[in-house]
Design a protein around this ligand. Structure first.
Ligand code: 5GP
Length: 119
């Protein structure tokens, strides 16, 4: 797959504050937040999109979910947050390096699921 801005960020080529990092992923604040809390959980391994993940990625995908839960606690939003994965251009994806959006701090009950996540 083609390199992306998230490839450069996860490799440390673009200086970015990591809210969390481990061997498998990093967590950063979204540059254009769509909610008071909006962070991105990004695997270091560049998978273009969720539908490109395979059986070998099972543990990594589980890890990303666990990190999302931990981040929600760390950010104090564990009781009310939303996780979003945009998949493909038609799904609203703009950066083709898999990532999870963790959104919180505004009403998530109204509107469509992807509300506020369109570019
Ligand atoms: P997607 O639309 O692919 O699901 O989400 C890409 C997200 O990355 C968008 O929410 C956008 O605001 C964010 N983004 C794009 N470029 C950068 C960047 O250089 N730094 C950070 N922190 N976020 C970015």
């Amino acid at each position: 797959m083609q390199d992306t801005i998230f490839g450069k960020i996860t490799r440390g080529e673009i200086p970015t504050d990591f809210l969390y990092e481990d061997d498998l992923c990093v967590v950063i604040s979204d540059l254009y937040p769509q909610a008071p809390t909006h962070v991105l959980i990004i695997p270091r391994q560049p998978i273009a999109m969720l539908s490109a993940a395979g059986e070998d990625d099972q543990a990594l995908l589980g890890h990303l979910l666990l990190v999302a839960g931990k981040m929600a606690k760390q950010l104090g939003v564990e009781d009310a947050f939303r996780l979003v994965i945009n998949n493909g251009e038609g799904g609203g994806q703009t950066v083709f390096h898999l990532h999870l959006h963790l959104l919180a701090g505004r009403d998530m009950k109204e509107g469509e699921l992807a509300q506020g996540l369109a570019p």
